[in-house]
Design a protein around this ligand. Structure first.
Ligand code: PHE
Length: 339
């Protein structure tokens, strides 16, 4: 019997359990009612009196050792279980990569920021618009060739509904609901039916501005745009206005800034002219004011509109428009510092 006890004592340290179930099986095997210990206890009755003391002590040792071992295994299982519950396998591995703002958002926010410092508030409108807000209220006559200037996406079976080709539609919506003085900018996405290439896309982004009050002059427009250009491209930036045509403004102009790459000396970026075009502008045509419920005898206004992609190209020299809509992280990562 003493051999049996010694063999079991040696076994104690090797006992292992992977989970609660295995642990319980061990307990039943050794300490259960019909377990080995009770079996030994039964045998113990037959031990001759002179050996009872020696074997009794060993048997107790074995029982204590087994209990200690099983308790230790139980404690071990409990801490393991804690570890598992604290381990979130769905977590992103360290280091966590922070995303960047999209370059167009960075530049749009900067444009908004500059104009809000000049007192402009923001206005918003639908991208799927009716003909009235995109064209008619903006002084595009029914068969006016100017409608061809902007290749329009029409909604099938609803020739009156279009994807807006410019955010001037938002200007119209603001005018029809608000009386002057008005000072708003309208940032948003616009659509034109163009083949996608490095230089053109079927959608892009604009920020248009509208200012209507008594006694508004072209000088006011020029000063606001000069301030904008200098805030955006640096204090040395110069501007120049060239006569142009838009149905909704009269007179109309296109504005160039001194090339921000070569500082106006001439380089391949500005095709050696020293100037790059950034926006269209002009005094709001009285017809537009009248069409939108504003008395053109009392009020005057100016408007301007720029492409966010264009400004971004000039600021960051992105040569291919398609990069803006591909969401390639290698491209987006380059704007980490500009965030
Ligand atoms: N709406 C014009 C365009 O999309 C831009 C513009 C806005 C021009 C306001 C002049 C005044 O081309």
């Amino acid at each position: 019997m003493i051999e049996k006890i010694n063999a079991l004592l040696a076994e104690v340290e090797t006992l292992a359990a992977n989970d609660e179930k295995e642990l319980e099986a061990l307990r039943i095997k050794y300490l259960g009612k019909k377990g080995l210990i009770n079996e030994l206890m039964a045998d113990f009755r037959n031990v001759p009196g002179d050996r009872k003391r020696e074997i009794g002590i060993r048997l107790n040792e074995l029982k204590t050792a087994l209990q200690d071992r099983l308790n230790a295994l139980r404690a071990e299982l409990a801490t393991h279980e804690e570890d598992h519950s604290g381990l979130d396998l769905t977590r992103t591995p360290y280091p966590v990569r922070l995303g960047t703002r999209h370059p167009l958002s960075i530049v749009r926010n900067e444009i908004i920021d500059i104009f809000s410092r000049l007192g402009f508030s923001m206005a918003d409108g639908p991208e799927v618009e009716d003909d009235w807000h995109v064209f008619s209220s903006m002084n595009f006559a029914e068969d006016h060739p100017a409608r061809d200037m902007q290749d329009t996406f029409f909604i099938e079976q609803h020739p009156d509904i279009v994807l807006r080709t410019h955010t001037s539609s938002v200007q119209s919506r603001v005018m029809e609901t608000t009386q002057p003085p008005l000072r708003v900018i309208c940032p948003g996405r616009v659509y034109r039916n163009e083949a996608i290439s490095a230089r053109a896309h079927c959608f892009f982004h604009q920020v248009e501005g509208l200012y209507i009050d008594k006694d508004v002059s072209f000088t006011d427009l020029k000063q606001v745009l000069l301030t904008f250009a200098r805030e955006m491209f640096g204090a040395d930036t110069r501007i120049r206005l060239r006569p142009s045509y838009f149905p909704f403004t009269e007179p109309s102009a296109e504005m160039d800034i001194s090339c921000n790459i070569c500082g106006g000396k001439g380089c391949s970026f500005c095709k050696h002219t020293g100037w790059v075009e950034i926006l269209g502008c002009g005094m709001v045509d009285p017809n537009v004011l009248e069409a939108n419920g504003i008395d053109s005898n009392i009020y005057k206004g100016y408007a301007f509109g720029m492409g966010v992609e264009r400004i971004t190209n000039l600021k960051y020299q992105v040569s291919d428009l398609r990069l803006f809509s591909e969401n390639d992280v290698r491209f987006l990562d380059e704007f980490m510092a500009a965030n």
